[in-house]
Ligand binder design. Sequence first.
Ligand code: HAM
Length: 414
Amino acid sequence: MIQAPRGTFDVLGEEAARREVVEAHAKRILEAAGYERIETPAFEYTELFARGVGEATDIVQKEMYSFEDGAGRSLTLRPEGTAPVCRAYIEHGMRKRAQPVKLWYLSSFFRAEAPQRGRYREFWQVGAETIGSGAPEADAELIVLVAELLESLGVKGTRLRLTSLGTPETRAEYREELKAYLRLHEQRLSREVRDRIELNPLRAFDASDPGTRSVLRDAPKLLDRLDAEDAEHFHQVRSLLEQAGVRYEVDPTLVRGLDYYTRTLFEFSSDALGAQSGVAGGGRYDRLIEQLDGPPTAASGWAAGVERMLLAAGELPTSPSLTDLYVAIAKPDGSTRAFQLVREARRAGLRAQLELAGRSLKGQLKHADRIGARYVAIIGEDSQTSLKDMESGDQRELATTNVIPTILRGSRLS
Ligand code: HAM
């Protein structure tokens, strides 16, 4: 038996209905704030992610599904949406539009990660990007919108962590300072952290062994090294969030797996999720468009994982897909009239289905009951039809032309 690839899943029945609820809330919340839907291709030229997401990131190093096209050019299934949206912004000359351009998407992404609960190889994100604004209000607005989305879905146990990364220049200086500090305390660090001082000193903040953690408690923090403008920007984002009543924790050790961030960085997690607790994340990326050969353009955004939101959400009110009318065929010669009746019923706004499996009349009534049909029309001789109310069990003969008006009036049959 051929199964779906490891780390992927099918979306069936009830699950599809829960996803529609996510889409409806995302659409309502984001479009009310002026975001326009965008969809980009499922694959892009690999260099977009190599340059956009960053050569040194785990995503680019280990997690991309890449393949060659017929001409030997490398393509990659998109592992994230920000670089593609920026590519589209540049390609379509969106800087000529009124700025900022606000875009949202609901798309699937692909990462070759080890599958586990909440971590898949094909997964879906709702994302929002505000391109062409450097204002702290843009960051605060984006964060408020994720908070609203999570709340509307009843995502439980959420926590928001926030920090600022400043500029790449500040970060480069800070890295040197952190390296020097780590070297000074080398003998108390874990082997792994010690070996990576030169390559990735910031990773040390992720370590769990007590020795390394005690060294890091007193380590210099990037947040204390921001220049005056970056510090002021961060201060404003924080006060806007406070005014909006969004609770957050400043976490100077917050790191995310993408290289494009500058200034504001944030992550929402949920304690209903276990190990893969990150439910949504984002930040400002003021250099990315330029890095992709566009003009200098400030921008900011986030993405929220659809599966993780659903795992951490409460009961979602989904409306069961009911059938108003089931058209049964008692005699073989009734099929043309039955076919016509379902079409007319649908045109009149009813949800109508037709017998398609050649069942006996008894079998058809049983089937109508299983799919929760409200009425069954049994096409009989000539222009007569028998209409059965499945709730009350009442049944009556009437002219086929009267079937739809009778159902629309909701009149009792007896
Ligand atoms: P990210 O943190 O890599 O950010 O992904 C955003 C969200 O996607 C995560 O918080 C998580 O809910 C979900 N997610 C990520 N990987 C997986 C996976 N393997 N399985 C299931 N869910 C997953 C980004 O992708 C950035 N593009 C966000 C952004 C937009 N930054 C600025 N603008």
